[in-house]
Design a binder for this molecule. Sequence first.
Ligand code: ATP
Ligand code: MG
Length: 433
Amino acid sequence: MDTSYRDYYVSELGPEMDGKEVRIAGWVHEVRNIGKIVFLILRDHSGLAQVIAKEGTASEKLMKEMNLPKESVIAVRGKVKKNSESKYNGIEIEPSELMVLNPLSSQIPFEVTGKVPADIEVRLDNRHIDLRRLETTSVFNIQSTILNSFRSTAIKAGFNEIRTPSIVEAATEGGADLFGINYFEKTAFLAQSPQLYKQLAVVGGMDRVFMVVPVFRAEKHNTVYHLNEITQMDMEMGFADHNDAIAMLKKVVKNILADVSKRNADDLRRLGIELKKGKIIEITYKKAVSKLNSNGIKIEFGQDFNREHEEMLCGLLGEMVVVKEYPSSIRAFYSMPNQKDKEICNSFDMLYKGLEISSGAQRIHLPDVLIQSITARGLDPSNFDFYINAFRQGAPPHAGWSLGLERLTMKITGMSNIRECSMFPRDRVRLKP
Ligand code: ATP
Ligand code: MG
């Protein structure tokens, strides 16, 4: 990847380049001075390379004189030398020139090499340094593939990407969990879901839309799988029910796993993850309840699953499970009642390795049914006028879902804390950096 400072990333160097002069640039990962030879490990975002300066060379003098502290930014010009014993791509670099692009003028708060493990809070306080850890880099390399894969599957399936506002006048799902903001003379809110807008796009005739959207949840949890600002990957499709939406969700998730396996093989290896091919089990809520009951768990129809139940279902059924047709009473008011059984609705969740990663439903497109559902929850339909009225003016049946980017990244990368999977996470206490 050539720029004015470099010709290659270190991962692009190999024994077949023996004798070639190259320029590489990055950070000083480690320096070892063993008398006659100075070993310098240079790190760029792709990996590590070993630069070896032999006794009596100008580079040796330079490296010794400079006494380069770890994390100094350097550029090296040198010859690639094949060395089958080198664990750095089977090569080393014999430098002819070494430039310091930025010397350190402040101490690094923790070891980027990982030799001394650092607390996650310290790493997050100094995320610009934490990102230099190759494991952290790998998490975000994988996240980039997830986003790209989602977009590419969506586009191939005829969906158009849309943008919806983050500043909204009122809640779409009841008012509890929103952050209020000053909006000139009024109070406005940060959207906790693009739900209403993507539905309006479909009602507007766009038929198939998708988006990658930040959403904000003023929930006071303190868990390893909740954040207060997250990124959702959303889809909404017209003339469709929940089974159509589930089919799209499965396709998206399967392609994401396949693309990550293909494009991020080095990242997965670095993180010690072997991704299984996404076999996805589908089960109704009712059957899932009996499954839990027959495995000694006391849960009745009408109770929502907790994390323990979700973990157990994945343990019993498989890594990826879609649970569908939940009781209406435990789902959002806009979930379409099932034709055959009015107690359940056409909603679903996808669980991956014991954690909910996605929720979706066929939406109610019939105003009278919507009013009934709102009233049944003790809410006042007049507060939902705008929403209900949109369905009076030619709304087709439609369905869609949201897939949490950070949760999916967490489960794919094997991280135990969702904060690892948001570059600059926002939780109850963290607002910085
Ligand atoms: P949970 O019950 O697990 O808190 P939810 O059902 O309230 O999640 P949804 O409204 O269904 O969440 O949001 C869609 C998806 O967005 C979820 O399946 C999840 O992947 C992700 N998500 C929602 N809330 C959070 C959060 N606070 N932190 C991280 N991811 C979230
Ligand atoms: Mg949900």
